[in-house]
Write a protein that binds this ligand. Structure first.
Ligand code: UD1
Ligand code: CA
Length: 469
């Protein structure tokens, strides 16, 4: 047998890849008039992230190339919110969902044989659902496979019209439906798979609607007219189909999404005392046997260790918390907390607050850009900013690092085993050596060597401490 021209082999491989691969188009060009907002609909937040973020998160692992996001209304803002790993297509005028898909043709044509089309305002669709849709489509004969759900609330969705035999014959938009069609309780989800060539051709045949739009839904009717049996994958869980057309739907979607995430963590071994008042965002991680008390918000890329007790009334944003930590009624943002730390009530940890193992913060502590070394304690209303504090330091009630001189942030350095007396003002830049003591009400304006007691305003050396060893 003659050897195959290597070029032909390469082409054959490429064709095989294209035939199995799936390209994604996500529609996000609409304004979302029913939201009554200055913000494009897809930038409204659901569980802390824009709608479009959720749509991309679900689809990305299913496709080989970056999804193509169709933008239009507020395009620049949407692009900025989305960032990398996305290809954009611009739909200059919003002439309907069919028109929007056509706007993405250039970016996907020739790259895949199956085109997955989803809408950015359907954030509750699960990845497994879309994977199943792709599988059903690739196994079937029809050039279009759609999804629908049976539900109690229409939310303005298109109705799925079937014939006596139960075959899909059309999708009718709510605005154009007859009273009989309005009574149909099977709704169009707007997640489709298409054979690419058939799609590009059919999009050119969509008639213009009375509203002057080109409806993507009309391609279903076109497929039926050409004699194909269109399959609709009916979703088992109708909450997958909660789409957002107004802010009532936004609240409904938020509730379902919270519930899904909360249940996931409960099943993974985390106790949520009051799931209805606990908000855990998608990127959070929580260790086993941690207990979350009511009214607690865990946001952004937050990691909580095992055996912790968080809340009640606590917010943790993009922070890392170790094992065995107790946080009561406090607010943490961009902080790092090691094992065995206790915090609160009413503490505020701001950016780069680092609490090492066993640190204790009592009431009303504020910490920013500072490290508190292992075992250090700060029991009562103090502010620590731009400071490096050693181990086993006791910070008395009302201590303040005076870190800002009106121009610059200056640092305070405190050694190990230091005792800072109540109401000490540490006027930075300033250093306090190991084992030193400041008297109550001291205003420390100069560096204090090790093993030294200072007192007064401004603080002066009183005596050297005796070494205990
Ligand atoms: C659409 C479907 C409807 C389905 C419902 C559920 C059509 C004609 N109707 O209606 O059958 O039940 O979704 O999801 O498809 N968009 C664009 N460009 C446009 C218009 C819309 O990109 O010109 C985008 C929007 O940003 C949005 C999505 O497409 O993400 C859906 O638009 P929307 O106006 O909300 O359609 P529905 O009325 O919900
Ligand atoms: Ca919609």
């Amino acid at each position: 047998m003659a050897e195959e021209d290597p070029q032909v082999g390469v082409e054959r491989e490429l064709l095989k890849e294209i035939s199995m691969s799936v390209a994604s188009i996500i529609l996000a060009a609409g304004q979302g008039t029913r939201m009554r907002s200055k913000l494009p609909k897809v930038l409204h937040t659901l569980l802390g992230k824009p709608l479009v973020w959720h749509a991309l998160r679900v689809v990305k692992p299913l496709v080989q190339q970056p999804p193509v996001l169709v933008v239009g209304y507020g395009a620049d803002a949407v692009k900025e919110a989305v960032g990398k790993d996305v290809t954009f297509a611009l739909q200059k005028e919003q002439l309907g969902t069919g028109h929007a898909v056509a706007a993405a043709k250039q970016q996907v044509a020739g790259k895949a044989e199956t085109i997955l089309v989803t809408f950015a305002d359907m954030p509750l669709l699960r990845r497994e659902t879309l994977q199943k849709l792709i599988d059903v489509h690739q196994a079937g004969e029809s050039p279009v496979t759609m999804t629908s759900f049976i539900g109690d609330e229409a939310r303005g969705f298109g109705r799925v019209v079937r014939n006596e035999k139960g075959h899909v014959i059309a999708i009718v938009e709510q605005a154009d439906a007859t009273p009989e069609q309005l009574a149909i309780r099977e709704y169009n989800v707007s997640a489709y798979c298409f054979d690419a060539d058939w799609l590009w051709d059919s999009l050119t045949q969509i008639p213009i609607s009375p509203k002057g739009e080109y409806y993507l839904t009309d391609v279903v009717g076109l497929a039926v007219e050409s004699g194909y049996a269109v399959e609709s994958m009916v979703l088992e869980d109708p909450t997958d189909g909660i789409g957002l057309n107004n802010r009532v739907h936004l609240a409904q979607a938020e509730k379902v999404m919270r519930q899904r995430i909360n249940e996931k963590w409960m099943l993974a071994g985390v106790t949520l005392v009051s799931p209805e008042t606990t908000v855990i965002e998608a990127d959070v991680q929580i260790g086993q046997d941690t207990v979350i008390l009511p009214n607690t918000f865990l946001r952004g890329e937050t990691i909580i260790g095992e055996d912790c007790q968080i809340g009640p009334d606590t917010t943790v944003i993009r922070s890392k918390v170790g094992n065995n930590v107790k946080i009561l009624a406090s607010y943490l943002e961009h902080a790092r907390v090691a094992d065995g730390v206790t915090i609160g009530p009413y503490c505020h940890l701001r950016k780069n607050a680092i609490l090492e193992e066993g640190v204790h913060l009592g009431n009303y502590a504020e910490v920013k850009d500072s490290i508190l070394g292992p075992g250090s304690k700060m029991g009562h209303f103090s502010y620590i900013g731009n400071a490096r504090i050693g181990k086993n330091v006791n910070i008395g009630a009302g201590t303040i690092t005076c870190n800002y001189d009106g121009k610059n942030k200056n640092t305070t350095e405190i050694g190990d085993d230091v005792f800072i007396g109540s109401d000490t003002m540490l006027v930075a830049p300033v250093k306090i050596g190991d084992r030193s003591i400041t008297g109550a009400g001291a205003v420390v304006t100069r560096d204090v060597p090790s093993d030294t007691l200072v007192m007064g305003v401004p603080a002066k050396e009183k005596r050297k401490m005796e070494k205990s060893d």
